[in-house]
Design a protein around this ligand. Sequence first.
Ligand code: 3PG
Length: 218
Amino acid sequence: MKLSIRDLLMQAPVVPVIQISDSRTAVPLARALAQGGLKVLEVVLRTPESLAAIRNIIAEVDDVVVGAGTVLNAEHFSSAEEAGCQFVVSPGLTEAMLKTAAQSSMAFLPGVATASDLMRGLDSGLDTFKFFPAETSGGAAALKALSGPFQSAKFCPTGGINLNNMQQYLSLNSVLTVGGSWLNPAELVVAEDWAGISELARHTCERVSNSSSAQGAR
Ligand code: 3PG
């Protein structure tokens, strides 16, 4: 059965956005994030290593849900499907992508930044979107305003989000979770500091969980 992107994002305290430049780091990185409590992972298709990294993570790391990010066209979509991804994320929303997504077994999270983008997605039967690039599109205040006329839409904002500003987004009713690359900082990956990455993931999960109990369940 096709996994709903909304259900999937509701299980994710936050979604690490991972760019792999050295394929040897993919499995230990994914394992470290999962051990820290982050099990929904987006690997962006921006490097030649990305598809092999996705395959290796799926084969070797238990209990993770892996998706492909930076999916820009139908060709990327099929590569992600062949690699075994359960969802795909796109920075935008095009007619071609909507058509491909409708025929695919993978869940789809398209990017929106304006009311017109959102209306096009809603017209196609979608209800859950990536708000991208979140910080430079006006941040949480812009998303709050955008959510006003579109009460049924839910979001995963990404782009410029980190531990210091994630709460501004997570406190909005329309936000299911947030995504970002701050969870796998290059310096920790290069140093192969997997314990440090698990600790960062764990700390982030604690912050999310404390803030949701303080404000009641979303
Ligand atoms: C992206 O696709 O680049 C993501 O939104 C990650 O953005 P960030 O690196 O600003 O977290």
